[in-house]
Design a protein around this ligand. Structure first.
Ligand SMILES: *Cc1c(COP(=O)(O)O)cnc(C)c1O
Length: 401
């Protein structure tokens, strides 16, 4: 324990490795970003203007969705999607018990009740057999989340949803670029979401999100709900929206500055995804034989889509013995890490009233205790991967090589 109390930061003479940075990416793309931002200034419209409408079309084309609707965060995208799909007060929504808290808090915010499901340890996503067991007469929706580097098994989950009469929606906030069976993440049921939080695979300059759907009604309702509940005849054409309010809505519009930045960054997304894959492969090669690391990311082979991949390394997640002391060691050496997700959702204070206990979801609880994400972003270089891996090896063996 004494080690943890030593002064933090890298020792003199060695450089640290931050968990996340996008300074270099922004640097390279700056001329294009600046050009797009200047267009926003030229129109003088900073909210739900032309850049948002143009971005929605680009995003729809890139993902193959019929509709992409920009909103102000991934979390709002989930709330609006659930409402647009007809969630009624008290409806049960099956959600994975191991995920970011918004997967379940969005259900509560939309008026529903989260019904937790344990994970498939191969994908860290909702397990189909456990999902079927969790269904009750109150269950109306199933909302799996795609985490870290690959999607949930959508064929198996889709079959359960169909058998049990559940509407399938996806928390695909982390899923940009992930494809399964010819469809992008978020398009395997009624709809899904994307988050453009800065640290996500495609990050904005602040918060932003989107709903993806092939369903015209869902798209129009999301477009209404993001703008105080005003239904308009044409998606993306705010001038045509009536001032009569049809349903109580939210104010969750996307900023045009964010749309401009995202549209510029989209031009580099394929390159960024390829770089992430290279870095992930470099980690795997260097960490394969390190004692104490009990698990490296496994990619479950599934058909994706022509020229597209099933796996996109948003996060490089390992499982490790003595994880918290490893984190302290890495922190002391200036290596940034993140624990995804330190508290499984059934043990989060905000869901205490659902009445769950420790021990109910053993696979999620085990992952929460052992999982650790290492730095992975397109700005990272191989020397930094070497330093991270040497620091991990040093922790377990006392020797950096
Ligand atoms: C990031 C994330 C969200 C929320 O997205 P925000 O844009 O941060 O609101 C929801 N679910 C998952 C799985 C996420 O990773």
């Amino acid at each position: 324990m004494g080690e943890v109390e030593e002064s933090s930061g890298p020792p003199p003479g060695s450089e640290g490795v931050p968990f996340f940075s996008q300074a270099a990416t922004f640097g390279k793309l700056w001329p294009l970003i600046e050009e797009r931002i200047n267009e926003v200034f030229a129109t003088g419209k900073f909210s739900h203007g032309r850049q948002v409408a143009a971005w929605e079309q680009e995003l729809a084309a890139w993902t193959g969705a019929r509709y992409a609707v920009g909103v102000n965060s991934g979390t709002d995208a989930l709330v609006l999607l659930l409402r647009a799909c007809g969630l009624q007060p008290g409806d049960g929504v099956l959600v994975p018990v191991y995920s970011f808290v918004a997967t379940a808090s969005s259900v509560v915010l939309a008026g529903g009740r989260p019904q937790f499901v344990d994970i498939d340890p191969d994908t860290y996503a909702m397990d189909a057999t456990a999902a079927e067991t969790a269904v009750t007469p109150e269950s109306r929706f199933m909302m799996p989340a795609h985490l870290f580097h690959q999607m949930a098994d959508m064929a198996a989950l889709g079959a359960v949803a169909t058998r049990c009469g559940l509407t399938l929606v996806e928390d695909s906030a982390e899923g940009i670029g992930m494809w399964q069976d010819g469809r992008h993440a978020g398009l395997h049921g009624k709809g899904g979401v994307l988050s453009f939080f800065p640290a996500k695979t495609l990050g904005a300059l602040g918060d932003a999100g989107a709903v993806l759907t092939d369903d015209a009604e869902v798209a129009h309702m999301v477009a209404a709900l993001r703008h105080h509940g005003r239904l308009g005849p044409t998606l993306g054409d705010f001038s045509a929206i009536s001032t009569e309010t049809d349903v109580p809505g939210h104010n969750s519009k996307m900023d045009d500055i964010q749309a401009a930045v995202l549209s510029a960054k989209l031009t580099r997304l394929d390159e960024d995804i390829a770089r992430r894959a290279e870095l992930a492969a470099a980690y795997t090669e260097r960490l394969r034989d390190v004692p104490g690391i009990t698990r490296l990311p496994r990619v479950v082979e599934r058909p994706a889509h022509e020229g597209r991949s099933a796996a996109v390394f948003y996060v490089y997640l390992i499982e490790a013995d003595d994880r918290d002391r490893l984190v302290a060691h890495l922190t002391r050496r200036g290596v940034g890490t993140e624990v995804y997700y330190p508290t499984p959702l059934h043990l989060q204070p905000c869901f205490a009233r659902l009445g769950h206990r420790r021990g109910e979801f053993p696979r999620a609880e085990a992952a929460s205790a052992r999982a650790l994400a290492l730095p992975l972003h397109p700005d990272l270089d191989l020397d930094e991967v070497d330093r991270v891996c040497a620091t991990i090896r040093e922790f377990y063996t006392g020797q950096p090589t």
